[in-house]
Write a new protein. Structure first.
Length: 318
C-alpha cells in the first residue's frame, strides 16, 4: 500500500446507534457528524479491525428456511410435514427433537431413533418397524437435510440398518460465517465466488459454536480495501451470510463493529494514469476545437464563393 498522508480515523459502530435499523437488527445507517474528505492527491481505504458479535441468531428457523422435515409411512397414509420449533440446536438436540416430533406424528405408531456418530460425523435414523418403509423427502428448499447430513433426494428406511447420512453433518446449514458489508463504500477490490462480481464485503467473521454468548473478532491482519470515492458522509452497514440476500437475524441482539479509515497518497503509477488521462482529454478537446475552426472556415469559404458567384457577379454584370 502507498504511504499514509495523515492520521487514521477510527470509527466504532454500535447497532443500537444506527438509523433505519431493520427488524432483524443486522442492517442500518451511521451518519457522520463531520464528513471525511480526501485531498486531490489522496485515496481513502477502509478495514474492519474488530467486532463483537452476539451469537443470538438461530441455526434452525423459518427465517433460515430450514425448519421442515417431510416423511411418509407405507401403512400411515400420505406424506407428513414436521415443523421444527425455531432454535439454536446442536446435532444431538436436533436429533432428539425430531425423534419426538416424528413419534408424535406417526400414524402407524412407529418409534424413530436418531443416532449421531461423532467420529464419522454422520447421522443414522432407524425405525421400530423397518418393514413399514418410511420414506424421507429431502427434495424441498426448506428442509433441515444439510443439518442432518443428507444430500437432496429421497431416502427410505426398509431394513434394520435404517438410513445413514451421505454427506457430513453440518449443523450450521452452511452458515458458518457472517459477512460485514458496506454498501455505501465503493470499491473494486473484493470478488465473491457466488457471483464472480465485485462485492461490498469488508470482512468475513467465522461463527463459533457457543450459543447465547458474545464472540470477539480480532484479525491478526485486517484486509484494507481501497475506496473509489473521495468523501464519506455516512456508512451503511449490513451483516449477512454469504448470500447477500440472507440477512442475519440477531433477534435484536446488539453488536459492535470497529472500522479504520486511512488516508494514503495516490500511487505514482495511478497519478501518471490520471495525468495521462487529463492530458489526453485536453488534447482531444484541442483537436475538436481545431477541427471546429477548420469546419467553420470551410463553410465560410463556401458562403463567400456562393455570394460572389450568385450575387456580386450578377450586380457587376448589370
Amino acid at each position: 500500500m502507498a504511504e499514509k498522508t495523515r492520521g487514521d480515523v477510527f470509527i466504532t459502530i454500535r447497532s443500537k446507534d444506527l438509523t433505519n435499523l431493520n427488524t432483524q437488527g443486522s442492517s442500518g445507517r451511521f451518519v457522520l457528524f463531520e464528513n471525511i474528505l480526501a485531498d486531490a492527491n489522496e485515496v481513502l481505504s477502509i478495514k474492519c479491525v474488530s467486532a463483537i458479535i452476539p451469537n443470538s441468531f438461530l441455526n434452525i428457523s423459518a427465517h433460515n428456511k430450514n425448519n421442515k422435515l417431510r416423511f411418509g409411512e407405507q401403512a400411515g397414509g400420505g406424506e407428513k410435514t414436521i415443523t421444527i420449533p425455531d432454535g439454536s440446536y446442536d446435532i444431538l438436540e436436533l436429533g432428539a427433537k425430531l425423534s419426538g416430533l416424528m413419534n408424535d406424528a406417526s400414524t402407524a405408531g412407529l418409534t424413530y431413533t436418531f443416532n449421531y456418530d461423532e467420529i464419522t460425523n454422520k447421522l443414522n435414523i432407524t425405525s421400530s418397524n423397518p418393514s413399514n418403509n418410511t420414506a424421507f423427502n429431502f427434495l424441498g428448499t426448506d428442509t433441515c437435510r444439510r443439518c442432518l447430513g443428507f444430500t437432496e433426494g429421497e431416502f427410505t428406511i426398509n431394513d434394520s440398518d435404517g438410513i445413514t447420512s451421505d454427506r457430513t453433518v453440518d449443523i450450521t446449514d452452511g452458515r458458518n460465517s457472517i459477512f460485514v458489508r458496506l454498501p455505501s463504500a465503493s470499491n473494486n477490490k473484493i470478488i465473491e465466488s457466488s457471483s464472480g462480481k465485485y462485492s461490498n464485503i469488508v470482512s468475513q467473521i467465522p461463527i463459533t459454536l457457543s450459543r447465547n454468548t458474545f464472540f470477539t473478532y480480532e484479525p491478526s491482519q485486517a484486509f484494507e480495501c481501497e475506496l473509489t470515492q473521495k468523501q464519506i458522509n455516512f456508512i451503511d452497514i449490513n451483516i449477512t451470510f454469504q448470500n447477500e440476500e440472507e440477512v442475519v437475524d440477531f433477534l435484536r441482539g446488539d453488536w459492535e463493529v470497529n472500522l479504520i479509515i486511512t488516508f494514503r497518497k495516490i500511487p505514482y503509477s495511478e497519478r501518471l494514469k490520471k495525468n495521462h488521462s487529463i492530458n489526453k482529454e485536453i488534447l482531444d478537446r484541442v483537436g475538436q476545437f481545431q477541427q471546429s475552426v477548420l469546419d467553420n472556415s470551410k463553410r465560410q469559404e463556401e458562403i463567400n464563393s456562393f455570394f460572389k458567384k450568385n450575387i456580386l457577379d450578377k450586380v457587376i454584370n448589370e
